[in-house]
Design a protein around this ligand. Structure first.
Ligand code: ZN
Ligand code: ZN
Length: 426
């Protein structure tokens, strides 16, 4: 039987990896400039972490998790997102006693058993941040501005920021009553999920994707009309911060986010280019999550961005994430007797930090030249018995044939001087 990938997974091949590396590098760089530190959490956790941290009523927990019993009889789940694991770590490592706010970022793979569609994978990648300890709207604005800076630095334009407030435990019950009133005579015509949500958390009915539910949802009351005065103050505080940073936004009362733990601020960056809904990135505030998971009462806010979707967006906007190919030198040997020397030269060059290639296939002189050409290696040095006897050889720039003669003994230094200077000219 032929071996193949499981459905919903993919290889990231060498011809694509530079896109990922560039995105990862810029994301880490921007996060650090905003004072966030990287955290790495395990790929799997006890299932409770997600049941409590993501919420039992969510589709993620009810339908999409990769849960299994390990050989010790424990219920283990591959992380379907990053926040719950980071919060577990925040609590377990006593980070609540660190100076506030505690600002963390991550770059993870996550796993959800989802329907296959364009740009969706069952193993996918996320960039995210979580910030703990600050309840004011300033940190919400800081996180949003971090994303703006990231998009700007990678060259992505045309993203729209939509914000909303989904209230707090003080104002939510009134809203739930309003929702239940509204849906009371409609729920019997809605999907099975909505019927379940009606009792567990009617707010989740608002982002139902079923066609038969959409007409009912369209006219449902919105949380933003039911905010308490603290929530209203928080939202207007965020608006003020965004305006002072010249960040354009729109209030979109339909954003509720797919996870139960959000309070107050929720936001999305939306594009018209991508996939099904065009959401590149979403986040929000979760002031009760740390406490819900057994930690101190510490507010938090974060976002997650699907890297696959982000890269699709970059491609659709024609953004090049390609990096300059490292200056690369091919050492071509002309004879069997020169090979040993050439092999050692390559070792010396690499130790000195110069990327170079040397024949490993027993190729003939002509075949080596052809190989170098095929790979597009920009510099070549041919070494035969004469070069070894005289201790001098020529480095040639392939694009225009310009050559310089160097002493083999001084090779790493002289080669790098020539290659750096002639690369700059280009
Ligand atoms: Zn409220
Ligand atoms: Zn529904």
């Amino acid at each position: 039987m032929k071996l193949c990938l499981p459905k919903g997974t993919k290889d990231i091949l060498p011809d694509q990896i530079h896109l990922w590396q560039k995105a990862e590098r810029v994301f880490a760089e921007v996060c650090e400039q905003y004072g966030f530190s990287e955290i790495r959490i395990p790929t799997f956790e006890h299932t409770d972490v997600f049941e409590r941290g993501v919420g039992n009523a969510t589709d993620v927990v009810r339908k999409e998790m990769y849960t299994f019993e390990d050989k010790g009889g424990r219920s283990i789940t591959l992380r379907p997102e990053g926040t719950a694991g980071v919060v577990r770590s925040f609590i377990e490592n006593g980070m609540g006693s660190l100076p506030s706010p505690v600002k963390l970022f991550y770059n993870i793979t996550a796993f959800r058993y989802e329907k296959m569609q364009k740009g969706r994978y069952r193993e996918f990648h996320q960039f995210g941040v979580e910030a703990f300890g600050s309840s004011g709207p300033e940190i919400d604005a800081e996180i949003i501005s971090l994303l703006c800076t990231f998009f700007e630095r990678v060259g992505i334009a045309q993203t729209r920021l939509c914000i909303n407030s989904i209230g707090c435990p003080a104002c939510r019950p009134t809203y739930h009553v309003a929702l239940k009133d509204y849906f009371a005579d409609k729920v019997s015509d809605m999907c099975e999920d909505c019927k379940a949500r009606y009792d567990i958390n009617p707010q989740r009915m608002i982002d139902c994707k079923e066609e038969r539910c959409k007409p009912f949802v369209a006219n449902a009351p919105r949380q933003i009309e039911y905010l308490c005065s603290d929530c209203r103050t928080h939202l207007s505080g965020l608006e003020k911060c965004l305006s002072s940073l010249d960040i354009k936004y729109k209030i979109d009362p339909s954003i509720v986010r797919g996870l139960d733990y959000y309070t107050r601020t929720v936001f999305e960056f939306v594009s018209d280019h991508v996939g099904t809904q065009g959401t590149i990135c979403g986040g929000g505030r979760y002031d009760r999550l740390v406490e819900t998971m057994g930690g101190p009462s510490v507010p938090g806010i974060g976002f997650a961005m699907g890297v696959e979707r982000f890269l699709m967006e970059a491609a659709s906007q024609g953004v090049s994430l390609a990096e300059r190919v490292p200056v690369n030198l091919c050492l071509v040997h002309m004879s069997e007797s020169a090979y040993d020397q050439v092999f050692r030269l390559a070792h010396r060059l690499r130790r000195a930090g110069i990327a170079c290639e040397v024949d490993l296939m027993g190729r003939s002189f002509r075949a080596q030249m052809k190989y170098a050409n095929k790979l597009g290696i920009p510099y070549m040095m041919v070494i035969g018995d004469d070069e070894i006897a005289s201790g001098m050889a020529k480095i040639k720039r392939m694009i225009d044939g310009i050559e310089v003669e160097v002493r083999l003994d001084d090779l790493p230094e002289q080669a790098s001087i020539f290659m750096n200077e002639s690369t700059k000219e280009n």
